[in-house]
Design a protein around this ligand. Structure first.
Ligand code: KG4
Ligand code: ZN
Length: 339
């Protein structure tokens, strides 16, 4: 029998609803909150208010696009965490009320795990076979994950401070570029020289990452350069973006290569908002050819926050009959382990 699942994502600044029929996406509606742009980052209080305003229209549109009736739904999946508490509460409360009203089960999903499981949304593509390594890079998290099964994932390394996406966003803010900075830097970098400037690269043992030193090094570099030339940013913005992006990608890739050597695994996936980055995708392609890896890239629509990934994570939980109770509560911080 076909399973219809509604997925709801509200962990940060995107309100999203998706309807899946088994592992296929019928609709994936995303309302991104533009209000944060002028603040150069997400303002939690404004995010929860915007979710509250957007959630009903977004869900209604998801049903319209999917062209199914609410009565056909078998379950509701929602993001339990990690994320902003006020934002999560909007999605969790809506999901609970809807599940009660329709008398159907609730499915809790971990946002980070869902980013990885987005690779299993069926669009006719080859899915990664287990085990594989996944570089999960988003605005709030940077993790190297060994994926043994849909819900058996081991975090092999992670950032000790800032996330890679945060480094893009903060550097963009320093240059006076809009939020979110990642896509803007990606775009401007296309016209720049990645070797124009060099910034401090972290020296962290093992498979962990650190991006706060790089962020500070970028900040100090600009501060000094602006003393010499107050229009330094305008004159060199493309080179600044290309050089910063080159450094972030280099740092990310170095540990992926080590993790592959350590585990002997050559299937590598990327996930999360930063996996949309064109330089990261190019570099992966180069290394794939060199080291004979099999690489899995999520479609751009499933890289940044979206509810289709919540729907697919929920679908696999549904198959295991792993249902949540009405007492389910959101959590803000990432779990230490996915097992
Ligand atoms: O996964 P996501 O949508 O939200 C979180 O769970 O955090 O990731 C958002 C992050 C932001 O930091 C944004 O700047 C970054 O992903 N991002 C990119 C690109 N597109 C989004 N970073 C670099 N290049 C991109 N093309
Ligand atoms: Zn995310």
């Amino acid at each position: 029998m076909d399973v219809f699942i509604l997925g709801i994502e509200s962990s940060c600044d995107d309100t999203s609803a998706a309807i899946l029929k088994n592992d296929k996406v019928l609709s994936n509606v995303i309302s991104s909150q533009v209000i944060h742009e002028k603040f150069g980052g997400v303002v939690p209080e404004l995010a929860s208010r915007a979710h509250q305003q957007n959630i009903v229209p977004v869900i209604e549109q998801a049903f319209r696009v999917a062209n199914i009736d609410k009565k056909q739904l078998q379950a509701i999946a929602f993001t339990q965490g990690p994320g902003l508490m006020g934002s999560l509460l909007v999605g969790v409360s809506f999901a609970k009320a809807f599940a009660l009203a329709r008398n159907i089960p609730l499915l809790e999903t971990d946002h980070l795990q869902a980013h990885i499981l987005a690779h299993f949304i069926d669009e006719g593509q080859e899915k990664p076979a287990f085990p594989f390594l996944c570089l999960l890079v988003s605005g709030g998290h940077t993790q190297l994950v060994l994926v043994r099964d849909h819900f058996d994932m081991e975090i092999m390394g992670q950032t000790l401070d800032d996330a890679a996406g945060e480094c893009f966003d903060k550097a963009a803010k320093t240059m006076g570029l809009p939020y979110p900075g990642g896509p803007v830097i990606d775009q401007l970098a296309k016209e720049g020289n990645p070797k124009a400037f060099s910034f401090a690269e972290p020296q962290i043992p093992g498979l962990d990452y650190s991006f706060s030193g790089l962020k500070t090094s970028f900040l100090y570099f600009l501060r000094d350069a602006l003393k010499e030339d107050p229009a330094f940013i305008q004159h060199h913005v493309n080179d600044l973006c290309a050089s910063l992006q080159h450094t972030i990608v280099k740092v990310l890739m170095e540990k992926v290569i080590v993790a592959c050597k350590q585990t002997g695994i050559t299937r590598v996936a990327i996930a999360g908002g930063v996996s949309a980055n064109s330089a990261l995708r190019n570099e992966l392609e180069i290394v794939r050819k060199e080291l004979q890896w099999k690489v899995f890239l999520p479609r751009l629509a499933y890289s940044t926050d979206n509810a289709a990934m919540i729907g697919i994570a929920g679908y696999f939980k549904y198959l295991k009959k792993d249902f949540a109770s009405q007492g389910s509560a959101p959590f803000a911080r990432a779990k230490a382990s996915f097992q």
